[in-house]
Design a binder for this molecule. Sequence first.
Ligand code: PEP
Ligand code: MN
Length: 657
Amino acid sequence: MVVVLSKNITQADKDRLRSYLSERGFTVREQNFGEDAIIGATGKGIVEAHELALLPGVERVAQTSKPYELASRETQAEDTIVTIGPVKIGGSRISVIAGPCAVESREQIMETAACVRESGAVMLRGGAYKPRSSPYTFQGLGIKGLEYMREAGDAYGMPIVTEVVSTEFADAMKELTQCFQIGARNMQNYELLKKVGAIGKPVLLKRGPSATIEEWLLSAEYLLASGTKDVILCERGIRTFETYTRNTLDISAIPVVKKLSHLPVIVDPSHAVGIRGMVSTVALAAIAAGADGLTVEVHPHPELALSDGPQSLYPEQFEKLMRDIEALAPVVGKELLRTPRSRAESAISVTSPAAPEAATGGAADGGAADGGAASSMVAFSGERGAFAEQALVRAFGEDAPRLAVPSFQAVFDAVLEGKARYGIVPMENSLAGSIHENYDLFIRYPDIAVVGELKLRIVHCLIGSPDSSIEKIRVVRSHPQPFAQCREFLDKHPGWTLEPCGDTGGAVASIVRGGDPTVAAIAGEIAAKIHGGKILKAGIETNPLNYTRFAALARRDGGDADRIPAGLAAGAPNKASIVFSTPNEPGSLFACLQVLSEGGINLSKLESRPIPGKPWRYLFYADVSIPESEDAFHAVMEELKKKTEDFRFLGAYRASL
Ligand code: PEP
Ligand code: MN
């Protein structure tokens, strides 16, 4: 049952309402549901809804239509984001958990942790207590195995998740594991669910091989009703008449559960198919279907594995899968989560020639989105719903405090003046080219460094005010970049007048405010949702492979250029941005490029920009790769400096694919 509270409810009325419900046997949970504050009342309590509706401070009482309440989207509209140390699961990120089926020895779990971390896993999995079909097979190392696993997780900066098979072990395990797993065979072991739920730690709940979606969500309800707020659902294949694969992955369960519940849904492709050669294909299908992450079995020597060797990936296969996920993520509007390495972990540190301390592997705490303090603010240009805001959320997380400013220059100013710790600005679009203003701003603000980059897929919509239709449109408002990206669509409507404005979010806000049905805006779907616009046509960009690359920026001297924000990168920087000018003589640019070429450095971008006050002289803005050897990179940069007139190192960071 959901009790919607009146907007002006007093604290005393709220307290009275809570005790009224608790005294009648309900568990109460207060939360926000869209614009409304609600109290979710679950349990076997008895109360007359009409009597409750008369209490002061109650707006209305609604019964949920589902037998599960705490897990239902009807009770909570926003996605739940489960936080486990530096890892978040849910929302706009893809989080990958990897590790062996079972912990077999200290060496084995250490070796596996090292390789899955290197490829980008953010959590370590592994069974210490194994529920095996046969009593004669390896049953796991028990608590000793869990100790090894925790040691490996700590050494490589990954929280661990492990299966609890009995209530008897739960208390000892809670001291070591950061997340419990309830296995498929135990999904309906209600005493276990109650015991583990009451511990309050995050729980990864596998779907039983013969469980319906509703039964699965009811098991999640047991966990939530017993005390934990953090449940991750895991689809791992169900039993069907098909015997070729170990189970049958129920791909459609992903969108179904995401519609029914606010809880994150991940997929275990390993137990679903049971055949190594098919695990990665199925894993990518799960991501395409909207999964929030994966849990994958990886073993350094699968042929020697004590359990599930045939379905365990070799480390190289896992590495390739991670690269494929990174490439696929923007297509489904997500970003692969990378957690920053701890100082102890980051063996390689690339320091920049211009700023000796710059861009080490990042700080252990991530630090980008740590609450509402002004110092952790991230600035973006535009109004709510602008693509820059989406990039910000993707890079810094949903909770990052945001500072909306009116221009790109204001983003640089906000960071320089310390009003924001980071800024985010678009650099180039795959259809319309560079945003020159931002290249010029990096040159004009020498105290600002690039600390990361992020690639966002841009899907444009034609958005009108609530009474508009595509036939009525005469005027279209947007930033000039979207006009360029939607050229083919706009060419089909030669009678429309294009009105350039500062950003897409602002364009939608203004046309909805104006209420004129003949005026539309071009912006993303989110902007329509935020400002109440009506989508007249979606996907109007000329080519669906439409991406914008954003740069994250920070002050050089503020200490923040030292770290790569969480979400933007993990591991050592592999890309740098530099700016230089060359002497006005034949072959001078060639000489610079030759230094890069001979140093084995890949040039991924070269842009020339006019030097203000020096007509017909140019600055070159270049993006270059950082090779494995840091010393070799520095040597090339030193060599390059000798060939240039003016050289500036803008920053080293992790490339977004
Ligand atoms: C596991 O993940 O180790 C496992 C045993 O999976 P499931 O419970 O899905 O069979
Ligand atoms: Mn297994």
